[in-house]
Ligand binder design. Structure first.
Ligand SMILES: *Cc1c(COP(=O)(O)O)cnc(C)c1O
Length: 356
């Protein structure tokens, strides 16, 4: 902060953070820093449209990409139809350029490419969807997405705003061995400061202003304080073998919670990938699409959430929000969660029985 909080021009730390991202993430050659995840996905979409000279965007229900107009769109009635605005203030014609598909469903993917493949600029998704529960995808689904986009000349955008630098140094792309055309980042790379970034190979990034015709700029983008915080965070992750440690904590969470979940007295599944975890209070396997989430699960979760809160443990208040382990957590924190969760399940089950 002593070196200045805003220059309105690129700074050294911005170059260093961009270099760190390029070095870490598969297939990236250039990165543009912005100030939020929303800006990153919004700019990535514009870049994809400018590069391909096409208009259509495909997204998935259950994925969140910030609040740009073209992405605040939900599925219309019927499969593979025009999208509908999911917020007031988003004009219908904007939404009609976005197709919304269910996750975990190769058939509707193939259908949309068969009917509209030549008009699709990009498919955007969270490769590890973590904004509507943790909907871990089958690797085959992600691979067919990679093949279909490549074949149709559409770009594949991995929105790694949550997963980037969290699930591995190279994000979900490294974990699955799948390289997208454009990747977006935020959250972790700002170390708590307002940051976003997007990157691609040079051939694509050269279409961005000032070299290319796709406009993008931001007064506070590449802000020196945010860049410094992001760099410091990445250095700590490297220094402390952060990704190994987080996986270790995650495995500890699995084994600490496993006996508690087995004796919960209600259906409950723990989905976990690295440091991201989600309790879904429903029967069967952990859901892989928004459509597979049981609406009853949210009601059960509310009871468990409040019982936990009485024990000074605060999970996310929404049944659809995931939890994150961090390097600040210790094994004893997880032990405490397991203990409180056991009691909370008991209390919630008793309450259900009384109400019934
Ligand atoms: C949080 C998030 C965004 C939006 O980032 P903001 O910084 O809140 O604008 C975009 N994509 C994903 C996957 C996110 O989790």
């Amino acid at each position: 902060m002593r070196r200045g909080t805003s220059y309105g021009a690129p700074c050294r730390a911005e170059v260093e953070l961009a270099e760190a991202i390029v070095a870490a993430y598969p297939g990236l050659e250039q990165v543009r820093c912005v100030s939020s995840g929303t800006e990153a996905t919004m700019s990535a979409i514009r870049l994809a449209r400018g590069f391909t000279r096409r208009d259509l965007i495909v997204k998935f229900s259950g994925c969140y990409h910030g609040h740009a107009d073209h992405l605040l769109v939900s599925a219309g009635s019927g499969l593979v139809t025009f999208g509908e605005p999911s917020s007031a203030g988003v004009p219908e014609p904007f939404a009609s350029l976005t197709r919304v598909l269910p996750l975990d469903d190769e058939a509707s993917l193939e259908q949309v490419f068969a009917s509209d493949g030549e008009r699709i600029a990009a498919v955007i998704l969270e490769p590890i969807p973590a904004n509507n529960g943790l909907l871990v995808q089958r690797p085959e689904f992600l691979r067919s997405l990679r093949q279909l986009t490549a074949r149709a000349g559409a770009l594949l955008i991995f929105d790694e705003v949550i997963s980037g630098f969290r699930v591995a140094r190279g994000g979900a792309a490294e974990r699955y061995g799948i390289t997208p055309d454009i990747a977006t980042f935020g959250k972790v790379i700002g170390g708590g400061m307002p940051v976003g970034a997007f990157g691609a190979r040079r051939e694509i990034m050269q279409h961005l202003a000032p070299l290319g015709a796709v406009y993008q700029a931001g007064t506070l983008s590449g802000n020196p304080v945010a860049m410094a915080a992001g760099l410091a965070t990445l250095r700590v992750l490297e220094r402390d073998s952060g990704w190994e440690r987080l996986e270790q904590l995650g495995q500890y969470l699995d084994s600490a919670l496993s006996p508690v979940l087995e004796s919960a007295g209600m259906p409950v599944r723990l989905a976990r990938l690295g440091s991201i975890f989600w309790l879904s209070l429903q029967e069967g396997d952990s859901p892989r699409s928004a459509e597979a989430i049981d609406a009853q699960a949210a009601r059960r979760y509310a009871a468990v959430f409040h019982a936990l809160l009485e024990r000074d443990v605060c999970l996310a208040p929404s049944a659809y929000e995931v939890g994150f382990l961090s390097l600040a957590h210790r094994e004893q924190d997880i032990d405490r969660l397991a203990m409180a969760l056991g009691e909370a399940f008991e209390q919630a089950t008793r309450k259900q029985a009384t109400n019934a």
